[in-house]
Design a protein around this ligand. Sequence first.
Ligand code: GLY
Length: 370
Amino acid sequence: MMETVHVGLEGRAYDIHIGPGLLAQAGALIGPMLARKQVCVVTDENVAELHLETLRAGLATDGISMEALVLPAGESTKSWAHLEQTVEWLLAQRVERRDLVVALGGGVIGDLTGFAAAILRRGVGFVQIPTSLLAQVDSSVGGKTGINSPLGKNLVGAFHQPKLVLADIDVLGTLTPRDFLAGYGEVVKYGLLGDAAFFEWLEKLGPKLAAGDVEARIAAVRRSCEMKAEIVMRDETEQGDRALLNLGHTFCHALEAATGYGDRLLHGEGVAVGCALAFELSARLGLCSQEDPSRVRQHLREMGMKVDLKDIEGELPDADVLLDLMGQDKKVVDGQLRFILARGIGNAFVTADVPRDVVRALLVQELANR
Ligand code: GLY
């Protein structure tokens, strides 16, 4: 049942294996890549409790020993302090250039561990074992690694591709429905940005997938990874097309900043709301029909997800403050806001040509509907 997506970057090619029971097969899958039969694993407390011993047993079947660093769970772990702790721990474990470091966790652990691997001894290899849906379809693929600075998210980092990604579909069964659906926001994003047929498939099979259907989950993770791999192969360091992966993110980042990057709005929830807003904005600019944003909203609603600003609990700042927060987005170039807009479902493009007053009017109306 295992499927494989190949990321064909020259000199840095790797496979993404997707399927059930991959933690138990980790030894067989990682073993052939090891110079010696030992690995260091970085994980967090929540994931360790659920999956670390399964991974240990899976590695042991191939005679691979494992040491683990268990960090606190949560976004605040993506910090200078935990980067230092991770790098010093890996050095103390005598990790060598030809060894592989394993990131077992969600986006926080993957980004932090990948960055630690990038700078350790000027670069050691690492394996991503993503345990959230969001990490399986987005953050574990494509080589973006890094930590947050007190001045903003992901401001310190490096491109460092993993040597292998193991997306074990079984681990998704341990996610809360809310976390699963937040990751699903990124899955929907792929259909919206570049594959109308995939979006249509999600409209039909999304509920089955959320209910736990393994085949549907494998198919959704595979298509998402294929699309991400294809874009990363075209534009690894985000000089152009890779920005398409940021559909919904300009709105999302402002909303995350406004809500304190916490429980009020998870990243994937912000992406879903941001995608709905990006389609609404595209319709207002005459780029797509009004039916497209309605269809996006309807699917998100049917999945029980946050769709509109009114779904975000608590106070939100006014439209001008939200616009200023968008202005602090990493995608701003020469002070110009860059948006990912769409000419229809599955047909997104990057542009800096968006009049501020149209965005403002949209936000004013969405806020008034709360
Ligand atoms: N998460 C967006 C990217 O990897 O480019």
